[in-house]
Design a protein around this ligand. Structure first.
Ligand SMILES: [Zn+2]
Ligand SMILES: [Zn+2]
Length: 69
């Protein structure tokens, strides 16, 4: 019957982000993950949305890779 430990049990529950699966990044919707501004054109410059990486920060978890339950 203890009333101690209220703060102790206050754990934050983080769960896997269903968008990026812990990676914190998702495929760039602009280039489809190719990193090219115009994926159909092989001479295309880098995608301005993701800077040619093909990935952008996950908007669901803000790049954490996990979300609070
Ligand atoms: Zn892109
Ligand atoms: Zn995410």
């Amino acid at each position: 019957m203890s009333l101690f430990g209220n703060d102790y049990s206050k754990k934050e529950n983080w769960v896997m982000c269903p968008r990026c699966f812990y990676s914190g990044k998702i495929k760039c919707p602009s280039c489809g993950g190719t990193g090219l501004e115009y994926p159909s054109n092989s001479k295309s410059g880098p995608c301005s949305q993701c800077n040619g990486t093909g990935k952008i920060q996950c908007y669901n978890c803000a790049g954490f890779g996990k979300v609070k339950k």
